[in-house]
Ligand binder design. Structure first.
Ligand code: F6P
Length: 324
């Protein structure tokens, strides 16, 4: 393999730059040319590629976002779009790809690989930590710490005003960010899509706290929870805890996607970037590089996409025990 392409796709995640750096510097080390593809599959279709050198990735290990930019391409979902992308890669002499992204990215890579045979190895980059085949995804740790910082700040004001706060965190259909930031932030309850928490349980938890003179409470709601958004959950419990209960809602949103990556994410991204590259050189294709129990493993895209990554329900139980 003489020339490869690297791209980031889907929602950006802190640490993607550290991953790009590992791919580019690893390629230089192994004597392989590397092209950066801007805006993921959209750039592949537009032919937006440029040759990267070691210096192209100087000073980015500490930066959030992605220097290659990212997008969710609707055109790549069509056979015509993929044909154009393939023609562009052929014209540029690209023989293999490293794809940094999440579920949607790997679904695209798998279909593309099956149609045109271009080998692709993925590196899991998403704050959601929803990919089977790796203990953690790039960006998750930073997102948890960002959410935690906000939760700590909200705790101060919640306690000063004796208020109940509902805080919504990201994760799409996954409750990982909610569980981890909830435990670390001492939340009274964590609501996640994987486990049904009925409104009656939320009311009961808050009532019990109220009866023990607990004046402030924090409930973390993962986006995608069955009971709705944090705002909707707050509406549903209104008037059921105590008539004097003062309720506020905060949605953390895209703050969780930005900012400098944590040390953990920089190291994880470096390992996975190099792991993906060396897997590609070694003949791996249509797989995602992941770290399980500190070992580098490759999992077929098909499994990373299809298989669920269950939440540890013991952690949810712990939230309830520790928040009393
Ligand atoms: O997948 C990452 C993520 O931030 C999810 O947690 C969230 O549901 C989604 O992306 C938001 O997407 P967008 O940036 O397109 O609004």
């Amino acid at each position: 393999m003489k020339r490869i392409g690297v791209f980031t796709s889907g929602g950006d995640a802190p640490g993607m730059n550290a991953c790009i750096r590992a791919v580019v510097r690893g390629a230089c080390y192994h004597g392989i040319e590397v092209y950066g593809i801007r805006r993921g599959y959209s750039g592949m279709i537009a032919g937006d590629l440029y040759k990267m050198e070691s210096h192209s990735v100087s000073n980015i290990v500490q930066r959030g976002g992605t220097i290659l930019k990212s997008a969710r391409s609707k055109e790549f979902m069509t056979p015509e779009g993929r044909k154009t992308a393939y023609d562009n890669l052929q014209a540029a002499g690209i023989e293999g790809l490293v794809a940094i992204g999440g579920n949607g990215t790997f679904t695209g890579a798998m279909i593309f690989g099956n149609e045109y045979g271009i080998p692709t190895v993925g590196a899991p980059g998403t704050i959601d930590n929803d990919l089977y085949g790796t203990d953690y995804t790039i960006g998750f740790d930073t997102a948890v710490n960002t959410a935690l910082d906000a939760i700590d700040r909200i705790r101060d004001t919640a306690s000063s005003h004796d208020r109940i706060f509902f805080i919504e965190v990201m994760g799409r259909d996954s409750g990982y960010i909610a569980v981890q930031s909830g435990i670390a932030g001492g939340a009274e309850l964590v609501m996640v899509p994987e486990v049904l928490t009925p409104i009656s349980e939320v009311v009961e938890t808050l009532k019990q706290g109220w009866s023990r003179s607990k004046s402030s409470s924090i409930i973390i709601v993962a986006e995608g929870d069955d009971e709705g958004s944090a705002q909707e959950v707050a509406e549903k419990i209104k008037g059921q805890v105590d008539e004097n209960a003062d309720i506020r809602v905060t949605t953390l949103g895209h703050t969780q996607r930005g900012g400098p990556p944590s040390a953990y994410d920089r190291i994880l991204a470096s390992r996975l970037g190099l792991g993906a590259l060396e897997g590609l050189i070694g003949g791996q294709k249509n797989v995602m590089a992941g770290i399980i129990n500190n070992d580098l493993v490759y999992t077929p895209f098909e499994d990373t996409i299809r298989l669920p990554k269950p939440i540890n329900e013991d952690l949810l139980r712990m939230v309830k025990i520790l928040s009393v």
